[in-house]
Design a protein around this ligand. Structure first.
Ligand code: NAD
Length: 294
């Protein structure tokens, strides 16, 4: 299949490479030359613009930083919806606001396009290993059409519901993850203050009712888990600023809908304090070190 790919960053580049490994022809565009060079070295066809990358392709994937980039790519006179062939299935994998995803998909539909939102979970390691989880929103027919392609980049493909539903699941999941990491850190800190060995404490809580993903698989206390970012100086993994972006989307979404998310708001504030203290690029489990005064 011929695929267009816009946004060849930390996630998009390895995803595009997996499509090429599966035998697809991928035409790509990014604003950063070094990303284009790496894409070209991996066998990709570099385009001069997003509109050129979208020409004569069956599906077009975008993997951009935030809502405003997605609006900029698709909308307006120079956007893809005004220039691409409506037979091209549009797949936005960026993590953006559910409201923006719905609005762009509605405009796409009015111009004859099928568009799905397909944000991912699994990080750069999942993108490289083609083990991402895709949370997909859109019409069932379009999701079924995209599924074989998504399976070349991911292990679990979930159809969450109508347009925007993929983004809704993503913000709910990451808000819960952010809160769980804070709660897990707090419990471990309390145990350590009591003189407990954090590994013993973690082992027992992992078999008790406090068990959760952060505790069992991504323990924030250095030395408890050899392979967790906490045992590697909090390098790699999922950055504090990326978590902060997702919490911002969750809180904004809740405010739009008058939904109550007091813990989500508190988590946003705590990760923001942690980021402002110079930790934005560290793995988000480094909130374990957030000063109690904040
Ligand atoms: P990134 O910043 O590494 O990559 C984004 C790329 O988009 C950049 O290379 C940038 O130059 C390019 N870009 C921006 N505007 C463009 C435009 N108009 N045309 C062409 N290219 C453009 O970000 P990333 O880590 O790859 O994340 C991409 C998305 O995936 C984000 O929405 C992020 O929240 C989400 N996500 C990231 C992770 C992760 O661990 N990095 C995990 C899950 C989801």
């Amino acid at each position: 299949m011929k695929i267009g790919f816009i946004g060849l960053g930390n996630m998009g580049l390895p995803m595009a490479i997996n499509l090429m490994k599966a035998g697809h022809q991928v035409t790509g565009f990014d604003l950063v030359q070094s990303q284009l060079d790496a894409f070209s070295a991996a066998g990709g066809i570099v385009s001069a613009s997003a509109n050129v990358a979208a020409k004569d392709v069956e599906m077009l994937i975008s993997m951009l930083p935030a809502s405003r980039h997605v609006e900029g790519l698709y909308l307006g006179d120079t956007g893809l919806l005004a220039n691409a062939d409506p037979k091209t299935l549009l797949i936005d994998c960026s993590t953006i606001s559910p409201k923006v995803a719905q609005a762009v998909a509605t405009t796409a539909k009015s111009k004859g396009f099928e568009m799905i939102d397909a944000p991912v979970s699994g990080g750069t390691a999942g993108a490289q290993a083609a083990t991402l989880t895709f949370m997909v929103g859109g019409d069932a027919g379009a999701v079924d059409y995209a599924r074989p392609l998504l399976e070349k980049m991911g292990k679990n493909i979930f159809h969450a519901g109508a347009s925007g539903a993929g983004q809704t699941v993503k913000v709910c999941n990451n808000m819960l993850l952010g809160i769980q990491m804070l709660g897990t850190s707090e419990a471990l800190r309390l145990g350590i203050a009591n003189g407990m060995d954090p590994k013993v404490l973690s082992d027992i809580m992992s078999k008790s009712s406090g068990r959760n993903w952060a505790l069992e698989l991504y323990n924030p206390c250095p030395g408890v888990m050899e392979n967790a970012p906490s045992s590697k100086g909090y390098a790699g993994g999922f950055g504090v600023d990326l978590m902060l972006k997702d919490l911002g989307l969750a809180v904004e979404n809740a405010e739009n809908l008058d939904a109550s998310v007091p813990l989500g708001k508190l988590a946003q504030q705590l990760y923001e304090n942690h980021s402002k203290a110079g930790n934005g690029q560290l793995d988000f489990s480094s909130v374990f070190n957030l000063k109690q005064s904040t």
